[in-house]
Design a protein around this ligand. Structure first.
Ligand SMILES: Cc1ncc(COP(=O)(O)O)c(C=O)c1O
Length: 363
């Protein structure tokens, strides 16, 4: 049996008729950008998250860099960001010529709140928190620091659709919650898509202006913006997915619980959930000192896995200019050398999961 790390085709098949009907409806409508599907999706997603406003964008990276642009954060400003994240989080900062200030992660792979204060300087303007793998970061401590130091708070929710911290949805703690709907995300489109949520009507209006060439009124351009619009087809298809998001999330939680109960191997460290955090399991990430051997062993048995992420942003070629060396962030680098994401997707059968569990236990 060949087992893939992800199966997007199963996600489509589950609601195939609804997706096909919606796609045809949009195609036949003759309206493809900035229309009723987007408006409805924005309303429905804001309601789901518990935010006042949602603005659909072209992808998650745009959500991040436009958030900092709208907040006026740029050259000479510092933004605190977890060292242990996907590189897009960092690019959202550096596209604006602001400086990323990396902070090591805690035991849950998220920004270690106890290490943030030491990284704050006169130049610090914001914290970018990332709810990695589907688990909320420690938001009580982080929001308290933002208040104390008058910092903006942006949340990277690309992996945390529906994840909560003490009952409150990720994306609603700060100035902007930035979402990606890349196909493999928990709420995934059928192409690139993204959005921000915010409670501030001025920030929402400004984001609407920025996403459409900086114009509120056609051909009157107030600022140099972007072309970052979530199109009608993706918005319509996302509405279908969103109507099933609770059951899709529950399915992931059930899968994760089966892994947690079934994997028993002293060589394997299972993921932990912080008390009060609702994990939505974008990834199920285990750790193993012999990670590369484990990956190869699973590959030989036909089980595909992914490393999220093999090279931390501070060691990537793209950020060589920041001058970090191996050993600059040892906890992050330790994770990069030991983490492994095992198959986790909607539509995974008991039989497939049993094969994965047995293989890992036999390693
Ligand atoms: C944590 C994180 N931030 C940002 C992004 C960027 O999203 P997108 O690929 O939609 O630009 C991703 C996903 O790719 C991500 O995982």
């Amino acid at each position: 049996m060949k087992i893939m790390p992800n199966r997007l085709d199963l996600g489509f098949q589950k609601y195939q008729k609804e997706f096909e009907d919606k796609a045809l409806e949009v195609l036949r409508s003759g309206w493809y950008v900035l229309g009723n599907e987007l408006r409805s999706f924005e309303e429905e997603f804001a309601t789901y998250v518990g935010a006042k406003h949602c603005v659909g964008l072209a992808n998650g990276l745009d959500a991040l860099w436009l958030a900092f642009r709208v907040l006026g954060i740029g050259e000479g400003d510092e933004v605190i960001v977890p060292a242990n994240t996907y590189i897009a989080s960092v690019m959202g900062i550096t596209i604006n010529r602001a400086t990323p200030v990396f902070v090591e992660p805690d035991a849950y792979y998220n920004l270690d709140a106890s290490k943030i204060e030491a990284a704050i300087t006169e130049k610090t303007k914001a914290i970018l928190v990332v709810h990695l793998y589907g688990q909320a970061a420690q938001m009580d401590a982080i929001t308290a620091l933002c208040k104390k130091y008058h910092l903006r708070l942006v949340e990277d929710c690309a992996q945390s659709h529906g994840a909560k911290f003490h009952g409150q949805m990720t994306g609603t703690f700060g100035d902007f919650g930035c979402f990606s709907f890349y196909p493999s995300k928990n709420l995934g489109a059928f192409g690139d898509a993204g959005a921000i949520v915010t409670d501030d009507p001025k920030l929402a209006d400004s984001m609407r202006t920025y996403r459409n060439y900086g114009s509120e009124k056609r051909y009157y351009n107030k600022v140099v913006g972007a072309n970052s619009r979530l199109d009608e087809l993706q918005a319509g298809l996302l509405r279908v997915k969103l109507s099933h998001v609770e059951e899709l999330t529950q399915e992931r939680i059930d899968l994760a619980n089966k892994y947690l109960a079934g994997i028993r191997n002293p060589k394997i460290q299972l993921p932990e959930t912080r008390e009060g955090c609702g994990h939505v399991w974008h990834q199920f990430v285990i750790r193993c000192a012999q990670r590369d051997a484990l990956k190869q062993y699973l590959e030989d048995k036909g089980i595909g896995t992914i490393i999220h992420y093999p090279i931390p942003p501070h060691l990537s070629e793209a950020y060589a200019g920041l001058g970090f060396k191996k050993g600059s962030f040892p906890i992050t680098e330790g994770y990069a050398n030991t983490v492994l994401s095992i198959p986790m997707y909607n539509g995974m059968t008991d039989e497939v999961q049993r094969v994965v569990i047995d293989a890992i236990n036999e390693f």
